[in-house]
Structures are given as C-alpha cells and as structure tokens.
Design a protein around this ligand. Structure first.
Ligand SMILES: N[C@@H](CCC(=O)N[C@@H](CS)C(=O)NCC(=O)O)C(=O)O
Length: 226
C-alpha cells in the first residue's frame, strides 16, 4: 500500500460497530483519520453521501471509496492490508463458521441485549434470558481457547468484542444480569483477555461516560421498546 493513501473512519464514540473497525485497523497497524458524527443531531454531508442507504456509522473511506457495514468493512480491511495480522481464518470452513457466529452475535446478542436494557419488566426478563441462552452457544464455540481466533484476536473476537466491555455497562444501565462467570467460564476468561489486549485496552471508551450515554438513550427509546 502506498504511503499517501487516505484511510478515514466516520464514527461515533459509543458505537460497538465503529470500535470493530478501529480495532481491525489498529491490529493491521494502518494509520487512519477519524471523524466523529453527531448521530442524534445533524449527520454530516459526508456521512449522508457515503452511506446514503443506511445513513449509519461506521463508514470506512479508503482513497475516496466508501465501504459500509462493520462486518463487511472487516473483510475489506483484511483483503486490503494483507501484510500483517490476518483477521479471517484461512481455512474456508473456519471462515464460514466465523461469519456465521458473527452474524449470530449481532442478531441474537447485540440487538436483543440492547433492547432488554431499555425494556421494562417482563420484556426485559425474557430478553435477558434469551441473550443468556445465546451466550451458551458461544461458550461451546470457545471451548477453552483464549480467543475465538485461537492464537490471537481474529474476526470473531472483533465482531463479539463489544460483549467484553459493553455488556456489563448495559447490565448496569438496564438493572439486569446476563453474564455469569460460573456458567460461562471460557467466555469470562475471553472477555478478560480481550480487554487486556494492548491494542484494545487503550481504545475503549470511558465506562462512566458509557453509563451516562446509555441511560440517556434508554430514556429516549423506552417508549419504542415497551
Ligand atoms: N449493521 C451496521 C449497524 C450500524 C449501526 O447501527 N450504527 C449506528 C450506531 S451504533 C448508527 O449509525 N445509528 C444512527 C442511525 O441509525 O441513524 C454495521 O454493522 O455497521
């Protein structure tokens, strides 16, 4: 890759999707510029023109070409910066499985955990229970490995990384308990290894700021989810 290439992320500090892209570029050692979007105020003209379909972050702009959707951006990053830290597994079956579990994480964990945080009473309990059931599958996938990527952080670790630092915040904000280290010992170890990784730990948003932000979001979204 040439030295003068443009690599820019349009992001939002509390977005688990945006962190994926930042982590992947950090793991690759690829320098990038970052522009914070005012998601709940006025979105920038650049965001609207680079992601006109969803108008969401993250957007990766590489030499004027935008790529959207965090999981697809991870694939693009791995295909583009091949010199260091392979993100996706090499074996086709392992790649397919990593993609399957990443999608599972978004559909069965991230969305439902977020909704449970902002829901009240029965819906919250049902939501929290369904997320805990889904965690059981991931405990099986991990089977005592340090990372889903086995030796080092890979695609699935990055895709599920939000669990390692954000689930606990969502549990506090939503007054709910989902993660149980006794029930999910492999996941508990993985969460610790993930947030302790030198390229991850310095990029995590401040916990207190996240609590305040998600409390505010829940107040706004409560009527939608209840
Ligand atoms: N599937 C997308 C989801 C992105 C997403 O939901 N981004 C949120 C921030 S967490 C966003 O931009 N929301 C603003 C909006 O929907 O208007 C991805 O993986 O990139």
């Amino acid at each position: 890759m040439g030295e003068r290439e443009e690599v820019k992320i349009l992001g939002f500090w509390a977005s688990p999707f945006v962190h994926r892209v930042q982590w992947a570029l950090n793991l690759k050692g690829t320098h990038f510029d970052y522009a914070e979007e005012d998601l709940w105020g006025e979105k920038s003209a650049l965001l609207l023109s680079t992601n006109p379909v969803h108008k969401q972050v993250p957007v990766l702009i590489h030499n004027a070409k935008p790529v959207v959707d965090s999981l697809l951006i991870l694939e693009y990053i791995d295909d583009t910066w091949t010199h260091r830290h392979q993100i996706l597994p090499t074996d086709p079956y392992d790649r397919a499985m990593a993609r399957f579990w990443a999608k599972f994480g978004d559909e069965k964990l991230l969305g439902p955990a977020f909704r449970a945080m902002c829901s009240s009473s029965e819906k919250k309990v049902m939501g929290a229970n369904s997320v805990a059931e889904s965690l059981e599958f991931l405990e099986g996938v991990l089977k005592g490995k340090k990372f889903f990527g086995v030796e080092n952080i890979g695609y699935l670790d990055i895709a599920l990384g939000w669990l390692a630092y954000m689930l606990e915040v969502w549990e506090e904000v939503g007054s709910m308990k989902i993660m149980d280290a006794n029930k999910f010992p492999c996941l508990a170890n993985w969460m610790k290894s993930f947030v302790d990784h030198p390229l991850i730990k310095d990029s995590l948003p401040p916990r207190d700021k996240m609590v305040v932000y998600f409390e505010e979001r829940c107040k706004i979204l409560a009527s939608l989810f209840n």
